[in-house]
Design a binder for this molecule. Structure first.
Ligand code: PMP
Ligand code: GLN
Length: 383
C-alpha cells in the first residue's frame, strides 16, 4: 500500500458492523436504517431493471435525474443550477467528495476540515496528495461548534478547499447562519472553494433549518454542493449522489469522476428522480419519525447513565461515557458487545486529535423502536 494511504486500514464502520455480526450485538454503530424507503420508489427501480435500463447511462447522469435534482435545489433553496452542465450524478456522496478533492487540489495543497469528521474526507485528501488541517468542534451550551479564530488560523497560503458537512456527522450539529457566514467570509477573503456535504439536508429536527452554504451571498460561485439519496430516502445501499456547482467546477469534478467510475447506476437514477419529485411528503414523515427515535434513544441512554448531547440533525447521538466510570471510548466500544450486547462507534476515530474525542461514543437511532428499546435495556447493565 502506498505510504500516503497507510494510516487508513479498514473503516471503523466495517470493523464495528463485523463485530456486531460476530457477537450477535445490536448494531447502533454504522448509520443505516433498518426499514425500507418509499414503496413506490422501490417499484420504480424494479421497473427500470425489468424495462431494460441496464446499460451505461450518460456520464453526467440520466437527464431526468439531473432535471429532478435541479428542480429540488430550486424549490427547497431557491438555487438555480442548469441540469446540463451544473449537475453531475455520482456513485454516492462518497465518490462526489473524493472526485471534488482530486479535481481541486494539487499535491501539497491544504484542505480544512472540521473534526470530528466523516472518515472518507481524510482519505480523499490523502488520495489527492493534499494535506488536511482540522478545526475542532467543541461542545458549547450543549452543541458542537467552532471558534472562528481557530478557523482563521487554519488558513495558510496553500489552503485551497474548506470541506463543510452540515447537518454534521458524527456530532449532529446543524450549522447556524452565523457559523456559515463565518465560513463564507473566510472562503471569500482567502479565495477558497467550499465543498459541502449535505447528505443529511432533510434530517434536521425541531424545526431547525438546514441552510446550504451556497445560498449565502457570493458563495454559489465558489461552492461544490454535494448530496445523495441514501439518507433522504433510506436507501444507503443505492449509492446515488450528486454534485451541483457552477459549470467550470462541475466540469472539473466530472473529469475526475469519469475515471473513477465513468458513470453511476442507471436503474437507481430513475427511482431517485421519481422520489425527489413525488416522495418529499414521505421524507417529512420520516424526519418526524426519526426525531421521535432520537428522543427515544436519548431518554434511554440518559437512563442508562450516559451524558447525552441533543443532536439537531442526522442519525446520531453523542454521549459522554464518563458518568458511567469509563474514560476511553475506543476501549469501551471494543468491550460493549461483551458488557451489553450493543455496538457503538468510538467518536475519537474521527479526530486528528483523538484525545479531544476520547470520552464520546456515537449511537445511531435510525432503527425500529423495538431495536432501540432492546439496546437501551441492555445498556442499563452498564450502570
Ligand atoms: N457524508 C456523510 C457525512 C455521511 O454520513 C455519509 C454516510 N452515509 C456519506 C457522506 C456517504 O454517502 P453515500 O452513501 O451517498 O456515499
Ligand atoms: N454514514 C454512515 C455512518 O456514519 C456509514 C457510512 C459507511 O459505512 N461508510 O455511520
Amino acid at each position: 500500500l502506498v505510504r500516503r494511504m497507510r494510516e487508513f486500514g479498514t473503516t471503523v464502520f466495517a470493523t464495528m458492523t463485523k463485530l456486531a455480526v460476530e457477537t450477535g450485538s445490536i448494531n447502533l454503530g454504522q448509520g443505516f436504517p433498518d426499514t425500507d424507503g418509499p414503496e413506490r420508489m422501490l417499484q420504480h427501480a424494479i421497473e427500470a431493471v425489468r424495462g431494460g435500463l441496464n446499460q451505461y447511462p450518460p456520464g453526467p447522469g440520466l437527464p431526468e435525474l439531473r432535471q429532478a435534482v435541479a428542480e429540488h435545489r430550486k424549490q427547497w433553496y431557491g438555487l438555480a443550477y442548469d441540469p446540463d452542465g451544473e449537475v453531475l450524478v455520482t456513485v454516492g456522496a462518497t465518490e462526489a467528495i473524493s472526485a471534488a478533492i482530486l479535481a481541486l487540489c494539487e499535491p501539497g495543497d491544504e484542505v480544512v476540515l472540521f473534526e470530528p469528521y466523516y472518515d472518507s474526507y481524510a482519505a480523499a485528501v490523502a488520495l489527492a496528495g493534499a494535506v488536511r488541517r482540522s478545526v475542532t468542534l467543541r461542545v458549547d451550551a450543549g452543541r458542537f461548534t467552532f471558534d472562528p479564530a481557530e478557523l482563521e488560523a487554519a488558513i495558510t497560503p496553500r489552503t485551497r478547499v474548506i470541506l463543510v458537512n452540515s447537518p454534521h456527522n458524527p456530532t449532529g450539529t446543524v450549522f447556524t447562519r452565523e457559523e456559515l457566514e463565518c465560513v463564507a467570509r473566510v472562503c471569500q477573503e482567502h479565495d477558497l472553494i467550499a465543498v459541502t456535504d449535505e447528505v443529511y439536508e432533510h434530517l434536521a429536527f425541531d424545526g431547525v433549518e438546514h441552510i446550504p452554504l451556497a445560498t449565502l451571498p457570493g458563495m454559489r460561485e465558489r461552492t461544490v454542493m454535494i448530496s445523495s439519496a441514501g439518507k433522504t430516502f433510506s436507501v444507503t445501499g443505492w449509492k446515488t449522489g450528486w454534485v451541483c456547482a457552477p459549470a467550470p467546477l462541475t466540469a472539473a469534478v466530472q473529469t475526475v469522476k469519469q475515471f473513477l467510475t465513468f458513470t453511476a447506476n442507471a436503474p437507481w437514477q430513475v427511482a431517485v428522480a421519481y422520489a425527489l419529485r413525488e416522495e418529499m411528503e414521505w421524507v417529512a414523515a420520516q424526519r418526524a419519525a426519526l426525531q421521535a427515535k432520537r428522543d427515544r434513544l436519548m431518554t434511554g441512554l440518559t437512563e442508562a447513565g450516559f451524558d447525552v448531547l441533543r443532536p439537531a440533525g442526522t442519525y446520531f447521538v453523542q454521549t459522554d461515557i464518563r458518568p458511567l466510570g469509563f474514560e476511553d471510548g475506543l476501549e469501551l466500544a471494543r468491550r460493549l458487545p461483551e458488557l451489553a450486547g450493543v455496538v457503538a462507534i468510538p467518536t475519537q476515530v474521527f479526530y486528528d486529535h483523538p484525545e479531544r474525542g476520547r470520552h464520546y461514543l456515537r449511537f445511531a437511532f435510525c432503527k425500529r423502536d423495538e431495536v432501540i428499546d432492546e439496546a437501551v435495556t441492555r445498556l442499563r447493565r452498564l450502570g
